[in-house]
Design a protein around this ligand. Structure first.
Ligand code: UD1
Length: 343
């Protein structure tokens, strides 16, 4: 049994990963500063796994506290680092918040871990946003990294660079960076899921909030793109499949004998779906008619973004299993539960 630290473990992807990690027998400690999460998610995790997970409220921006936490947990074998701010628009308005939260937290964590002088298997939460507008579709890990379109995207690029340099210089770190495509859905228990703050920017929470009546109407951002139905194409991946990719990456690193390993993997389904197809899929799988209209394009959106996933399939022995319909139904059940529980 390995002891795994999950930072940001009460967040959207973190919480689902904790559930899957526990199922596979890992000993877990969660740290989270609760800046964009709720203790109700901890209750949800504990109810799903029927166990009280070890949780410590800690802000990684505080180096002293981070260092003493790591010193008390010197037997950590692996770290999955989710803790970060993730709203693209907010990062444009308040870049310093993003550089402080995402970069100084990462540096504090790595400095504290480095002082242990023992092998650490580290999984970094990255994003397909590092590719910007792709030159070749589907996107492989060899796609060039462009100048980031947002401070948020830049923090993911810089995070990868920091880890790449660290791995070259230190025998203690082996690192995998997972570049997520579009995570959607929730745990099928409807006890954990995404908790957007304010008006959701992402498509699926906007769909479910419109369906439940929190939003009047969903606007499709443009139907004049060069795609089969004119709306943008994305690679939507069920969050539980995404969570399992972290387990596969971790066990790959745990088994690895060599040091100085750094690599990046796309985590998606390899399938492209349009905004209209997602809406139709939601209507068909839930029986709800969605109120929507066509609007202008959103600045910064690329017309197509979907993954080539054979590297993760072959090297990590991971692939997605769940369907978009599974994800949409689970997102809808979660939305109904948030409404009942008043998160
Ligand atoms: C965004 C982020 C990305 C992040 C991902 C998942 C940007 C540029 N990228 O990707 O970094 O990893 O979310 O959290 O913001 N859409 C509508 N109406 C809406 C909302 C969205 O038509 O109300 C469309 C968008 O134009 C896009 C698709 O739905 O074509 C998906 O949008 P979204 O869920 O925001 O994800 P991305 O923009 O792909």
């Amino acid at each position: 049994m390995s002891k795994i630290l999950v930072t940001g473990g009460l967040g959207y992807i973190g919480s689902h990963t904790v559930v899957e990690l526990h199922k596979s027998g890992h000993d877990i400690v969660i740290i989270d500063d609760l800046s964009n999460s709720s203790l109700k998610i901890l209750d949800g995790i504990n109810e799903i796994i029927n166990f009280n997970i070890n949780f410590i409220e800690l802000d990684l921006k505080n180096f002293k506290q981070t260092k003493s936490f790591i010193k008390e947990n010197i037997d950590i074998d692996g770290v999955i680092h989710f803790a970060a701010s993730k709203a693209v628009g907010e990062s444009v308005e308040d870049p310093l918040k993003y550089y402080t939260n995402n970069i100084s937290s990462l540096l504090n964590l790595l400095n504290a871990l480095k002082s242990l002088e023992r092998k650490i298997n580290f999984i970094f939460s990255s994003s397909a946003t590092v590719y910007g507008k792709p030159e070749i579709l589907p996107i492989t890990e060899n796609e060039s990294i462009k100048v980031a379109e947002s401070p948020y995207g830049n923090t993911k690029q810089i995070g990868e660079e920091i880890l790449f340099d660290l791995v070259k210089s230190s025998p203690y770190f082996n690192v995998i960076s997972l570049r997520y495509f579009n995570p959607i859905g929730a745990h099928n228990s409807a006890l954990i899921g995404e908790l957007p703050i304010g008006v959701p920017q992402n498509l699926v929470p906007f769909i479910t909030q419109t369906a439940i009546g929190k939003r009047e109407i969903l606007t499709i951002f443009g139907n004049d793109y060069d795609t089969h139905d004119g709306t943008c194409l994305r690679d939507y991946i069920h969050v539980v499949d995404l969570a399992n990719a972290h387990l596969k990456a971790l066990s790959f690193l745990i088994k690895k004998k060599e040091n100085n390993y750094f690599d990046t993997f796309n985590i998606g389904t390899g399938k492209a779906s349009s905004v209209l197809e997602l809406i139709k899929g939601f209507e068909e799988s839930t029986g709800i008619n969605l109120n929507y209209k066509i609007g202008d394009r959103r600045i910064g959106d690329v017309d197509q973004c979907f993954a080539e996933v054979s590297k993760a399939n072959n090297v990590l022995n991971w692939k997605s299993n769940l369907t978009i319909e599974d994800a949409l139904v689970s997102a809808w059940n979660w939305e109904k539960n948030i409404n009942n529980e008043k998160f």
